[in-house]
Structure formats: structure tokens, C-alpha cells
Design a protein around this ligand. Structure first.
Ligand code: ZN
Length: 461
């Protein structure tokens, strides 16, 4: 009991101290605004509550700015004391505006999911709170006012506190998930836009030239890149929440992928721009968010392990023993065996082609300085593509030509990395023979996505 009295007196001291701070602001001729949390029992703050408070404060400051409410941020006070987390700032407003501001702060409180825990108060020139006369409902039951439940001791502090802490944990988790997924989706789209924006790619669609393609151009790719964004979000959400066996998830990834394909075809007027990307990004985004949702550090090995599990036995299950091959992929496998197993073989083995070529190359060469220099950036991105082409058994090439041509392309790409004249020859060869290394371009986009994710992880955003 003595301990409790001591705690209570410390809380009261802290509150008195806060009143003094408000009086000081009032005495210097300003009204003020404060943010506190409404937490029953002790302690009034801990790491979780501080994280929650920081999150609300950031939102409140944006809300004030959006509503053109000026504050003197140089004189703001942000502290944690025995009474909990506390923010106080002088208001730079006209006298008549104070009730309007009180009303706005109530709007702010009410639109928050955990509004009953948030207290935004406005103080007049006597340092006294402006009241709207509204009573807050009880956090625990929501049936009576908070004051009524407190006076009638309807619930214990313990039960109210455990509900509050549980709700805050859930709230912050959800918010973190949404933030991470938004960020990852924007990086996925950035990877697609970078790939299509590379100039002078051999045989592939560029801004200046559609390469060997007669049915699409740069803008066809912009159409489908934009149309795919909502599906990137769905792949991420699946990965974030997935709890089952990884080797059983592929049909679920495919289901989203097939919906994405449908929208892609609508956006491009029936041209296939990103079918391969949808499959690759589906599995990659699933794997990335699976790692991040479990708070694990993103590494190449972690990523590859998940991709391998998702794609376990993919070639055996989907390509072997096919009596009547239908799709491009099936037909190429039927003719060339494992060398023509394409993207399924890549996935089954954890995307080895990019991890021995573009990924290490980008780690070494693609960094913040390069992003500012378009000429350098173009060169490095094109080099990344060439690196992939030196080893990739591109089924796009095999389908349209033969093994001899593929081997010639691989060999020439290797020489072209350091020789501008040979690059020109490779470029012309693709054009003359109508060869488009689309499979390598898809793998380049995945390499870029993974590179951006690693940059993000390094920033700890
Ligand atoms: Zn109640």
C-alpha cells in the first residue's frame, strides 16, 4: 500500500509540474495544446506505450499542419514522466479560434482506431483546459462513460490495462505491416520502371525503339506496370500472413497471379508484357514479406531458401511426363530438357542465375551516387542485363530460335560486357534475327527488386 501511495504521489507531482509548464506558456501570452495517453494504473509509460505515443504524435503534427493550426515548435516540450508520455506546445492562434481548435482535436481523436486512449487538450490564456462537455465512453465496455465506470469500479485496472496493451500491440503491428507492404510494393513497381527505362537493350522494348517487337511499345509496358500494383500488394499480404507449409503455397500465389494476368491483358489490349514477371514477382514478393513479417534480417540465403521451398519439385511436377505440351514453356522443355526448363528451373533452385550475376554486380556498383547520374545508371543497368544474359538459358530465345543461337548470345554477351564494338554486334544480331532476351529482362527486374529491398533493409525503414 505504501508503495502505491508513493507512486500516486509521484504521478500527482508530475501532473503539477505539467500544470506549471502550461501556466508558464499562458503567462507569456500563448494558448497551448497537449497530447497525453489515457492509461489507467501503473506504470503510465513503457516501451510499447512510448512507441504508440510517438506514432500518434507524428500523426497529430501532420493533422495540425493540414488544418493550418500554427504552433511554436521551437518551444515544444516532449517528455516522459511519472504521469506518462507528454507533449506540450504553444499555439500561435487568434483568440476566437480556440473552440474551433478544440473541435478539430476531437475530430482527430475520434477518427483514430484507439481514440479513447488519446487525449488532445487545448488550454486557454489561464492555462485551463477548454472543455467541449463531451464525456468519453469507457475503454473496456464502451457501454457507460469512462468516469461512470471508474467511479462505480466496474472493471479492475488489471483487466483494463491488459486489454489496452493488447490492443496497442495489435494496432502497431498492423500499422507496421501496412507501412512495410506499401514500401515493398513501391519498390517492385520501381524495379519494373527501371527495367523498361533502360535504353539500347538488345531486341527488347525501349523508349526509343520497340526492339524486335511489332505489337508493343514503351507505353504498353507503362500500362501494365501500373495495372499490376494492386496485385503486388496481394502477393505481399499473402507472404506476411502465411503460416502453413511453404511447398503448398504455390497455388495461392498463382491464383493472385492469374488475376493479375487478366488485368494485364486488359491494360495492354491483349499483349503479353509481364506474364513472366508476374510469376517471378509473385514468388519473390511472397518470400520477401515472409522474411520481414517474422522480423528476420533480409539476406540472400534466407530469400533463396524460401523460394526453393515454394518452388520445390516444380520442374518434375509441371514439366516432366507431359504428353501434349501446350504453353511455350512446356514446348521448350519438351525439346531441350532441363536446359529448356526456364523459369521453373530457376525458381526450384532459388534463382541461381541472378545470384551469380546481377545481384553481386549491383551490390558492388549500384548505389546512391549512381542514381543521380543518368548516364552512369543506364550503363550499369545494361551491364546487369548483359551479366544475366551470359548464363541464362532464356526460353524466349530457345522458343523463337535454337540452342546454337542461345549459346552464341551467351558467348557474345560475355564479350560485350567489356567491348563496346561487340555489344553493337550483339545488338544488331538480335535485331536481324528477331531475338528478344525477354527471360533475362524479367530476371533483371527481379534482381533490381532484391537490390532495392536490401537497400531498404540497410536503412532499417
Ligand atoms: Zn466500462
Amino acid at each position: 500500500m505504501k508503495q502505491l501511495d508513493l507512486t500516486l504521489s509521484k504521478v500527482l507531482d508530475a501532473r503539477e509540474n505539467r500544470a506549471l509548464l502550461r501556466t508558464n506558456i499562458a503567462n507569456s501570452g500563448f494558448k497551448s495544446l497537449s497530447l497525453t495517453l489515457n492509461i489507467p494504473g501503473y506504470p503510465k509509460s513503457n516501451q510499447l506505450l512510448s512507441n504508440f505515443f510517438t506514432d500518434i504524435l507524428a500523426e497529430l503534427l501532420i493533422f495540425l499542419q493540414a488544418n493550418r493550426i500554427s504552433t511554436d515548435s521551437k518551444k515544444e516540450i516532449l517528455r516522459t514522466d511519472e504521469a506518462g508520455n507528454f507533449y506540450l506546445v504553444p499555439l500561435l492562434i487568434q483568440n476566437s479560434d480556440i473552440l474551433h481548435i478544440k473541435h478539430l482535436t476531437e475530430v482527430f481523436e475520434e477518427k483514430h482506431k484507439l481514440s479513447r486512449l488519446i487525449d488532445v487538450d487545448v488550454f486557454n490564456l489561464e492555462g485551463k483546459p477548454i472543455s467541449s462537455g463531451k464525456e468519453k465512453p469507457c475503454y473496456y465496455c464502451g457501454k457507460y462513460s469512462a468516469i461512470s465506470c471508474m467511479r462505480n469500479k466496474r472493471h479492475t485496472y488489471k483487466e483494463i490495462r491488459s486489454k489496452i496493451l493488447e490492443d496497442i500491440t495489435t494496432f502497431l503491428k498492423e500499422k507496421r505491416k501496412e507501412k512495410q507492404i506499401n514500401k515493398i510494393c513501391s519498390l517492385a513497381q520501381r524495379a519494373l520502371l527501371y527495367e523498361i527505362s533502360i535504353s539500347n537493350k538488345p531486341g527488347l522494348v525501349c523508349f526509343e525503339d520497340p526492339g524486335v517487337h511489332t505489337d508493343m511499345n514503351f507505353f504498353t509496358f507503362l500500362n501494365s506496370s501500373s495495372a499490376l500494383l494492386p496485385f503486388f500488394k496481394e502477393f505481399c499480404e499473402l507472404g506476411y500472413d502465411f503460416q502453413g507449409e511453404l511447398d503448398k503455397v504455390l497455388p495461392q500465389i498463382r491464383e493472385i497471379g492469374l488475376q493479375a494476368e487478366k488485368i494485364m491483358f486488359i491494360s495492354t489490349e491483349q499483349i503479353n508484357t509481364h506474364k513472366g514477371i508476374i510469376f517471378l514477382f509473385g514468388i519473390s514478393l511472397f518470400s520477401i514479406t515472409k522474411i520481414l513479417s517474422e522480423n528476420r534480417t533480409f539476406t540472400d540465403t534466407e530469400f533463396q531458401n524460401i523460394v526453393k521451398k515454394v518452388g520445390k519439385n516444380l520442374v518434375k511436377n509441371e514439366l516432366n511426363h507431359l504428353k501434349n505440351p501446350q504453353t511455350h514453356g512446356e514446348k521448350v522443355f519438351n525439346k531441350y530438357g532441363l536446359q529448356g526448363a526456364g523459369i521453373r528451373h530457376e525458381i526450384e533452385n532459388g534463382l541461381p542465375t541472378i545470384f551469380q550475376t546481377a545481384i553481386p554486380y549491383f551490390s558492388e556498383n549500384l548505389h546512391s551516387e549512381v542514381y543521380k547520374d543518368q548516364t552512369k545508371l543506364q550503363r550499369i543497368l545494361l551491364q546487369g542485363l548483359l551479366q544475366i544474359m551470359t548464363v541464362n538459358n532464356d526460353t524466349n530465345i530457345l522458343y523463337r530460335s535454337n540452342l546454337e543461337t542461345l549459346n552464341h548470345i551467351k558467348k557474345t554477351a560475355k564479350q560485350a560486357i567489356s567491348d563496346q564494338n561487340i555489344y553493337k554486334k550483339l545488338y544488331d544480331f538480335c535485331k536481324t534475327n528477331k531475338i528478344s532476351p525477354g527471360g533475362s529482362a524479367d530476371l533483371l527486374a527481379v534482381s533490381l527488386l532484391l537490390h532495392f529491398i536490401k537497400e531498404l533493409a540497410a536503412k532499417k525503414v
